[in-house]
Ligand binder design. Structure first.
Ligand code: ASP
Ligand code: MG
Length: 447
């Protein structure tokens, strides 16, 4: 009897602790912000970002900032040069990155000289080595420094201007596997780290600045999550912190129904559903990294897309609520190839062959953007990444007769109507099309 009573008491106590712990976590309401590379590509823009952050004084913010401007592309060039054995070229290119970042730092804070040194050394030390491992491994060790440098500079600037914040190396928090360049997050480990290392900091501090796009393995090797991955990291933090919202600050007004660079009449959309945005991203709209939506949807956390150049305008709000009467949403992907896999001996293209082909996609890490089956042939449209297409064509030629057609465009229109599809396919040669009630896709060539 007594034992039973003790046992019940123990359960009650455990429940109570659990309850207080979970209320403690959710009691700290916070927002997650992500600033893209274009928002900090000059002194003025960094100052502008600082003003935006200051305007949220008193709120708890976890802020993720991308590498400055086109730094990631420049770092990719360094990784290529290094891997090709051009050590001097790699070092020279890295000296340029160093000079640019030191210049910005010295303009923002002339007193500060040393905060970037350790980050520089990490890369330089590696560049003096000879490549003995896979390219993707070196890519991640080099490319990850872009976000580390930019966040260190912005964090330092905010602190000297009186906006107290803490810089965190996200590689101590976000644990991934070693699938370099496309690493997968270890959800449980990362969640634990966030609760142990980040949540308590917010009790005495309002702003934490950290990086997106990068993480580390259990052996402390740096990893990256795939280009444009910072949106996704921000969503992972929002999910794990139970944030009240996530905001992505971009150089455009919000989400548009088409890329304004290609379609000058593109319309701004003020409200969208998670469902719509995940579809748009899947079809290749360059709005938000496709993996961003799931962590937010799973916790019902709204996503705001706002313009850092017009911080007073509300931008686009993306949430669970279905939105009706959307305008046609257009995604045009160029640089596509159409690959046709024909049966060699008139046997049907069935499961075994198709499975073998899919295994090739997995091995080569390439995913068709559209595919269609016929009796003795299979059509796939893929991004034209020449080395991967060549590899694929070669491997698949053991199984099929392979034909490759380049310079193809893939048009996707959601909420389409005949008029818009006719206008968008005018003067084009249609190669293949597919449609559902909501979405039409046309593979075409310029005539
Ligand atoms: N800096 C990385 C890129 O340009 C990641 C990001 O900004 O999301 O891809
Ligand atoms: Mg970006």
């Amino acid at each position: 009897m007594n034992k039973n009573y003790d046992f019940c008491q123990a359960i009650l106590r455990a429940k109570l602790t659990q309850l207080t712990q979970s209320t403690q976590i959710s009691a700290i309401q916070m927002k997650v912000f992500k600033f893209g590379g274009a928002s900090i590509n000059s002194i003025e823009r960094i100052q502008n970002v600082a003003k935006i952050i200051e305007s949220f004084a008193g709120e708890k913010l976890l802020i993720i900032i991308s590498a400055m401007g086109k730094t990631t592309n420049a770092l990719e060039k360094i990784a290529e040069a290094f891997y090709a054995g051009n050590k001097e070229e790699a070092l020279q290119l890295f000296r340029q990155i160093k000079a640019e970042h030191l210049d910005i730092l010295s303009q923002l804070n002339p007193q500060e000289v040393s905060i970037l040194n350790d980050l520089f050394t990490e890369v330089e030390w590696l560049l003096h080595d000879k490549p003995v491992r896979d390219y993707d491994y070196y890519y991640d060790q080099i490319v990850c420094c872009g976000e580390l440098l930019s966040t260190a500079i912005v964090s330092n600037y905010l602190n000297v201007t009186g906006v107290k914040n803490l810089w965190a190396d996200v590689r101590d928090i976000v644990r991934t596997d070693d699938n370099f360049r496309e690493a997968n997050i270890d959800w449980a480990f990362t969640q634990k780290k966030i609760h142990e290392n980040i949540v308590p900091l917010f009790e005495t501090l309002d702003i934490i600045i950290t990086q997106g796009f990068i993480g580390a393995t259990d052996e402390n090797e740096s990893t990256t999550l795939g280009r444009e991955g910072s949106d996704y990291t921000a969503a992972v933090f929002a999910n794990m912190l139970d944030a009240e919202s996530q905001t992505i600050w971009k150089d455009v007004e919000g989400v548009m129904n088409a890329d304004p660079k290609l379609f000058p009449d593109a319309q701004f959309i003020s409200k969208l559903s998670f469902r719509e945005v995940i579809e748009m991203a899947y079809y290749g709209a360059q709005v938000i990294h496709p993996k961003t939506i799931k962590p937010l949807q799973n916790k019902g956390i709204p996503l705001h897309v706002r313009c850092f150049l017009k911080p007073t305008s509300p931008g686009t709000i993306i949430s669970e609520r279905p939105i009706h009467n959307l305008p046609p949403i257009i995604v045009l992907k160029n640089n596509q190839v159409l690959m046709q896999f024909n049966s060699k001996d008139f046997s049907f293209v069935e499961d075994t062959l198709v499975n073998k082909l899919h295994q090739l996609f997995v091995d080569i890490k390439i995913r068709p953007n559209l595919s269609q089956n016929g009796a003795i042939s299979l059509y796939c449209c893929l991004d034209d990444r020449p080395e991967k297409i060549e590899k694929l064509a070669l491997a698949a030629s053991e199984l099929f007769d392979v034909q490759v057609e380049k310079e193809v465009l893939l048009l996707t229109v959601r909420h389409y109507n005949d008029t818009i599809v006719a206008a968008l396919t005018e003067n084009k040669i249609e190669l293949l099309s597919q449609k559902t009630k909501e979405t039409i896709q046309v593979l075409m060539k310029n005539s």
